[in-house]
Design a binder for this molecule. Structure first.
Ligand code: S3P
Length: 443
């Protein structure tokens, strides 16, 4: 897939950030709500859906496989599903754009249907490893023809009936877990995923919410056993998608690093498998308060208020990584302006996200004057002690929305601002990002 012309943008300090904002719907939950609604028989209604490019790729794919999805433009979606087992053969290749979650989860769905689908994506997605999903799904009897290195473009030849599998995750990945469970939906018998390190559990929560028979047992070693009874019948639902805690991390870190700021982000998902970033920022001395705590659509939600704080460096325990895996780029920005040293390790997975996030963040941070050592599995950062960084450089976003937004946030507290070479990837997860920053700057 070709990519539109790059859109460079300079982010300069705006003074204090103030106000109350709401961030778009959770990306992980948005993908899953479309997929499961498309597999339920009857009409589901989704509100608060993230209408970013990644989720639109999922919607287009589910339409191409027979679901009716009507978007009313304000994050509300009406979906008429085809039923588990009812996915149709798509006429053309499924274009996944930049979205790894769409690709891996849909590969699972296709694997247990008697259809064949080809997956294509942009330059970033076409570099990402799909072998981690091909390996377990091949055990079900589905067949895969991938590009060298197990990459896109690739073709999945699904099988029905597929063989139920019992699979122990070799990497902590919610996408791999979800791909196996989604394949299990249309497979006779029990599909089991064994998860030694917990990852985001939105699939488990939502499958149960749609009426699938799913159990989670934690054994004596703390290992999760997730069992799903196949040939499930999903019942249509009304789903309210909470705000994305990964997106909320951007205005919150921006407020923490910008003197005089006080920002409230409302309606933020507080699922404990996602909140590592907030725990780590608090461990660094961040002034964060939580209010209006409640349950929305089976997920805990709260409003978070962040006030400017001079942070102190910490060593991030590697076992916290899965619960803040997408937040490391903006966390590194916070660390680069903290007092003292921040050490991270166990982050090999960051090298296979939308970009190599360790390499890109290290290069960009050094370019704006931060002190960074790049290690194989993490960064070691010596912070500025709360002082602004020099800035003045142009950093590469490499088709990675979170790299682009992280350096946009850094620009708030750099003497000479920061130029991001291409902000267009931000539209994959946070189309209102720039408007939100402007609103907070206007106070
Ligand atoms: C996601 C899981 C994570 C995360 C990604 C979304 C999901 O990826 O980085 O942005 O929705 O399941 P991994 O499963 O590769 O850890």
């Amino acid at each position: 897939m070709s990519h539109a012309a790059p859109q460079p943008r300079t982010f300069a300090p705006t003074g204090p950030l103030r106000g109350t904002v709401r961030v778009p719907g959770d990306k992980s939950i948005s993908h899953r709500s479309l997929m499961l609604s498309a597999l339920a028989i009857g009409e589901s209604r989704i509100t608060g859906l993230l209408e970013g490019e990644d989720v639109l790729s999922t919607a287009a794919a589910m339409r191409a496989m027979g679901a009716q999805i009507e978007q009313t433009g304000d994050g509300t979606c009406i979906v008429h599903g085809v039923g588990v087992g009812g996915l149709l053969q798509p006429d053309a290749a499924l274009d996944m754009g930049n979205s790894g979650t769409s690709t891996r989860l849909l590969m699972g769905l296709v694997a247990s249907h008697a259809i064949t689908a080809t997956f294509i994506g942009d330059a970033s997605l076409s570099k990402r490893p799909m072998g981690r999903v091909i390996d377990p799904l091949s055990l079900t009897g589905a067949e895969f023809t991938a590009s060298p290195g197990g990459r896109l473009p690739l073709m999945v030849r699904g099988i029905c009936p597929a063989v139920p599998i019992r699979y122990r995750l070799p990497v902590a990945s919610a996408q791999v877990k979800s791909a196996v469970l989604l394949a299990g939906l249309n497979t006779p018998g029990i599909t089991e995923v064994i998860e030694p390190v917990p990852t985001r559990d939105h699939s488990e929560r939502m499958l149960a919410g749609f009426g699938a028979e799913l159990t989670v047992e934690v054994d004596a070693d703390g290992v999760r056993h997730i069992r799903l009874v196949g040939e499930a019948e999903l019942k249509p639902q009304q789903i309210e998608v909470p705000g994305d805690p990964s997106s909320a991390a951007f205005p919150i870190v921006a407020a923490l690093i910008t003197p005089g700021s006080e920002v409230t982000v409302t309606h933020v998902g507080m699922n404990p498998t996602r909140t590592g970033i907030y725990k780590m920022l608090e461990a660094m001395g961040a002034d964060l308060t939580y209010s209006n705590e409640r349950m929305v659509g089976g997920e805990p939600v709260a409003d978070i208020t962040a006030r400017h704080s001079v942070l102190t460096g910490i060593e991030v325990p590697p076992d916290v990584a899965p619960s803040m895996i997408d937040e490391f780029p903006v966390f590194f920005i916070a660390a680069s302006m903290a007092q003292g040293r921040t050490i991270t390790s166990g982050l090999d997975e960051l090298r296979v996200k939308e970009s190599d996030r360790l390499a890109l963040m290290a290069a960009g941070l050094m370019a704006i004057g931060a002190q960074v050592e790049e290690r194989e599995d993490g960064l070691v950062i010596d912070g500025s002690g709360g002082e602004p960084l020099e800035g003045g450089a142009t950093v590469a976003s490499a088709l990675d929305h979170r790299i682009a937004m992280s350096f946009a946030v850094a620009g708030q507290h750099c003497y000479r601002g920061v130029t991001v070479d291409d902000i267009s990837p931000i539209a994959t997860s946070f189309p209102t990002f720039e408007a939100m920053l402007r609103e907070l700057a206007a106070g």
